[in-house]
Design a binder for this molecule. Structure first.
Ligand code: MG
Length: 258
């Protein structure tokens, strides 16, 4: 099931994507946020084409992210050993934007990079969750762009600024609640040119291991999001560019850069 958060005629709602009789796609409008209110529908349908999609989740408290979780990306970042344990960092929830929203270069940076990533959406309070139980605290999955001020990442020595600017965490277009990671790939295109492409099974630390590791550190709240790392092919964006991150089975997250 694909869940969108959208605005239509001045109202924000959640909806389930559903094919209509004409072969197009509608949003079946839900009563409230399905993470808390379940999948009770209002009976209303809104054509997807008439809706503006928003970030499908606003992280309740934090975006947790994993660095250097694909071997080919570790190599392009200067090699060395891949981390034996997930390398965690945080992005503030104020960095989140939705599909189509502009990623804005901050005046402090001269090099802003895209990083296409799979995002885990947490669905219930999670602390010290064993890997075997990880699925029970996951609401679904969405697509993320872990936008990074690469120059500040190097000069600062830690990543709070480089990863944390407003607009540096595009999420969307939808949350897929029944996602088959093993059959899926992540691809990033800059102005239509393929830059990143990898099967999600190339992750060094998988989803269950990441949830176990992160929940042993932080209490994860419903609506918190975990970014799972980017494969090789990172690069910078220039004003006027459009970056698209696609995960097969979820959708395409497209954002302009200015
Ligand atoms: Mg990243």
């Amino acid at each position: 099931m694909k869940i969108a958060r959208f605005s239509h005629q001045g109202t924000i709602n959640f909806g389930i994507l559903d094919q209509n009789e004409a072969g197009g796609t509608d949003l079946v409008v839900l009563n409230g946020d399905p993470m808390y209110a379940g999948f009770d529908t209002t009976g209303e349908r809104v054509p997807l084409a008439d809706a503006t999609l928003l970030a499908p989740v606003i992280p309740r408290s934090k975006v947790v992210a994993v660095g250097k979780n694909y071997r080919d990306h570790v190599a392009e970042m200067g090699g060395g050993e891949a981390p034996k344990e997930p390398l965690l960092f945080l992005k503030p929830n104020t960095s989140v934007i939705g599909p189509g929203d502009r990623i804005v270069r901050p005046r402090q940076s001269n090099r802003v990079d895209y990083e296409g990533e799979l995002a885990i959406v947490i669905g219930s309070v999670a602390k010290n969750v064993a890997a075997a139980d990880a699925a029970s605290v996951i609401f679904g999955y969405t697509v993320a762009n872990d936008v990074t001020a690469r120059d500040l990442q190097k000069s600062d020595g830690q990543w709070a600024r480089a990863k944390g600017f407003d607009t540096f965490c595009p999420l969307g277009p939808v949350i897929e609640t029944e996602f088959d990671l093993a059959a899926s790939t992540v691809e990033t295109r800059l102005n239509g040119v393929l830059k990143q492409s990898a099967p999600l099974t190339d992750m060094i630390h998988g989803v269950a291991a990441i949830v176990e590791y992160a929940s042993a550190v932080f209490t994860l709240l419903p609506g918190d999001v975990i970014l799972t790392g980017t494969p090789a092919g990172i690069g910078s964006m220039e004003s006027g560019d459009t970056v698209e991150v696609e995960i097969s089975g979820i959708g395409v997250l497209a954002n302009p850069f200015v």
